[in-house]
Design a protein around this ligand. Structure first.
Ligand SMILES: [Ca+2]
Length: 110
């Protein structure tokens, strides 16, 4: 499964380019721009599994830092500040990582 099986490559590139500047990442705008918010929950779950690189069932902080790279190799790493903010937005149960249902909620709320 590749990101481009779920999302259009052009939309991914556009969304990643929009947040190329350091500390500019806005997950709500990003999930709209890349087209993920408009997708089905099943597609959101496919994307979750791509971003969960070690297949642990969670997107941990290290994977969250690399979220843009998970969409395309052109993506940059998130800063510590951006990573912390994204984790805080998505981690509803406070376990320090994002589960699949939390991810679907995070995208759906965008
Ligand atoms: Ca993981």
């Amino acid at each position: 499964m590749h990101m481009t099986d779920v999302l259009a490559a052009a939309d991914i590139s556009k969304a990643v380019a929009a947040f190329a500047a350091a500390d500019s990442f806005n997950h709500k705008q990003f999930f709209v721009m890349c087209g993920l918010k408009a997708k089905s929950k099943d597609d959101m779950k496919k994307v979750f599994h791509i971003l969960d690189k070690d297949q642990s069932g969670f997107i941990e902080q290290e994977e969250l830092c690399l979220i843009l790279k998970g969409f395309t190799p052109e993506g940059r790493n998130l800063s510590d500040k951006e990573t912390t903010a994204l984790l805080a937005a998505g981690d509803k149960d406070g376990d320090g990582k994002i589960g699949i249902d939390e991810f679907v909620t995070l995208v759906s709320e965008s």
